[in-house]
Write a protein that binds this ligand. Structure first.
Ligand SMILES: Nc1nc2c(ncn2[C@@H]2O[C@H](COP(=O)(O)OP(=O)(O)OP(=O)(O)O)[C@@H](O)[C@H]2O)c(=O)[nH]1
Ligand SMILES: [Mg+2]
Length: 303
């Protein structure tokens, strides 16, 4: 029998490459929110894959980008922190897009003396012609000595089995660090806030996704029902109007889809109460940003 393996593997790449989709596919359930907007993931998200022969602790990260605002700096700090003390890194590329300067910049976070890196060419299903794939792989091959170059589709699941084997093969022998039913370290309140944010990202356009964040204010578990009270923060009055919508229609829609998904996730009936508040410039406010990330939450009360 082969020895049991385990290890820590960070998932990196540009915004919208499909990192969180890949994480969810590997873990086998949704632990990170997904949207067709860049900068969906704002913090490091743990997702644990437990197999008979191995346990892999994946860490999904925000997309690598350049920006100077306080929240974007934090996001890039999360990326940099996930480069160290890992057994392996996975660098995800959207292979349906041509290679650009931004891709070059993203590659510069990788260090030759850092952990080994697998290059994963995602969105294989979205390629107009397979002929663009080899030249794209070549752009990466000449810039960094990746361990392997693996075309996959996180969405369809194509070639993910092989990728999983490639990951496990490179991990050291080790124990199960977590019980098999542990899939993420995120507290339920944070997951709930993220799911609400996902529904907003999926329902809105332009500046709303970047200007929005969600905080769960109150969490009441009663027999047969869970009551969740959350605030959606935006930066301007006009944005508040958009999120609420005509006669509250948009907010109602967001609330309904978020609630339905949470009822499945938490396996209980849910009452979801949403409010929208304007908090100008929240993306630059240290204390506010601390209150958003559960790792830095300063002991938020249950009130
Ligand atoms: N066609 C196709 N679309 C994909 C695939 N993987 C992800 N997507 C889509 O790409 C978009 C971005 O996916 P995410 O998983 O949120 O991307 P991400 O890299 O985590 O993005 P950030 O968190 O913003 O850095 C979503 O609309 C996904 O459905 C894939 O294999 N094929
Ligand atoms: Mg993501």
């Amino acid at each position: 029998m082969q020895a049991h393996k385990s290890g820590f593997v960070s998932i990196l790449g540009r915004p919208n490459a499909g990192k969180s989709t890949l994480l969810n596919a590997l873990v086998g359930q949704k632990v990170a929110i997904v949207a067709d907007k860049p900068q969906t993931t704002r913090t490091a998200i743990q997702g644990v894959m437990t197999e008979p022969e191995a346990q892999v602790i994946f860490i999904d990260t925000p997309g690598i980008h350049r920006s100077t605002s306080a929240i974007n700096k934090r996001m890039m700090d999360a990326v940099r922190n996930s480069l160290e003390e890992r057994d392996l890194l996975i660098f995800v590329v959207d292979s349906s897009k041509p290679f650009t300067k931004e891709d070059e910049m993203a590659l510069s976070v990788l260090r030759p003396n850092g952990p080994p890196v697998l290059a994963v060419f995602n969105k294989l299903d979205a390629l107009e012609s397979k002929q663009t794939l080899l030249p794209l792989i070549e752009e990466y091959r000449k810039r960094f000595a990746f361990e392997e170059y693996l075309p996959v589709s996180a969405l369809s699941g194509d070639a993910l089995g092989d990728m999983r084997d490639q990951v496990i093969r490179r991990l050291p022998e080790g124990p199960e660090y977590f019980p098999p039913d542990h899939v993420t370290d995120q507290p339920a309140r944070f997951l709930a806030a993220e799911l609400i944010r996902e529904k907003i990202l999926q329902a809105t356009r332009q500046e709303i996704p970047h200007s929005t964040t969600v905080v769960v204010d109150k969490w009441e578990e009663a027999p047969h029902i869970l009551r969740i009270y959350a605030t959606i923060f935006v930066e301007r009055d006009g944005q508040k109007g958009i999120v609420i919508g005509a006669k509250g229609a948009m907010l109602k829609r967001i609330g309904t889809v978020a609630r339905e998904e949470m009822e499945k996730l938490f396996d209980t009936r849910i009452h979801l109460d949403l409010h929208v508040k304007v908090e100008p410039g929240w993306r630059e406010k240290t204390a506010f940003l601390n209150s958003l990330d559960w790792r830095t939450m300063a002991g938020r009360d249950e009130h």
